[in-house]
Design a protein around this ligand. Sequence first.
Ligand code: SF4
Length: 309
Amino acid sequence: MTAELPPHQRAVLDAVLDDLPDRQVVSQVSLGRVKGELKKRLMPYASGLGEGQEVHVDRMSLPAALVCPASNERDPFEWSAQNAARSVGLPALASLVRGGDRDPLEAVERSMAEAIDEARSVGEWLGGLDGVGHAAVVAAAVTWCARALVAVPWSSFPSLRFGIDAVWHRPLGSGSLVVMRGRPDATVLIRRHPVTEQVLVVLGAFDEAIGRLDALTVACKLGRTPLRVVFVQASSGQVDRLDVDVDLLDAAIDDAERAVAALVPAAQGQPAEEIPSGRCWSCDRRDRCVTGTAWMAAQPRRVAGVPVA
Ligand code: SF4
């Protein structure tokens, strides 16, 4: 069956299953050391946090913290058709792969109805939409779901789990005010008696720091390190992979420490550091950020990407 796959799906299958190590690269002893190191490195920052000052390291805050901590300060979260597409589209995708629905439209309509019935956050928002708003969400989610369905040869994997919920790890114990949140979209399960190995699949553009965060969070939470993280950008067909080893987990700890150090002041109500860069051009805060506005004004004017006097 896999010999007939189109080239872009073949590339995903190869990225997930080819050249997998035949034994665990990160031993349980090494993983124990990694968890201890993560706790030791984050503990000093957590001691300054009080009730209601939780710091989350996730796929939104991590890239912001590593480039410009102030850019993580966003307006209060609001659902939109665009940011609901994945929340609605992923359960729909899971249903289609299991054979529970016939097409993306049916699967998305069912997923939206379930979200409303279960009174999830996105469901409460969906329940208040008028017909136009409902149609906008359906359009965005069906596009997301259909692209994801054709980008990956889901039925070629021996066993699969979709990541409907994020993976939470509290590195300082159950009451930890520092939280790591990984969010792989799916996990390919490779059963090797007596253990099950995992390859994480992320539907999105390749980002090494996010891949490291997902690998570290899943390893710490589940007690077994994923062998690999594979990124599939459904809109372009781009496929990238990160093989997970101890060095990668150590780099993830470095990221987490830098991110927590950068995010703690904002959690304590202090101003976060503003570090201008190319991120300013697409930053939500650029209209009210003096530093970023000044930096952008000082950049050479460009026409069609070419600097002009
Ligand atoms: S506009 Fe630039 S400097 Fe200001 S918060 Fe955004 S990324 Fe940082």
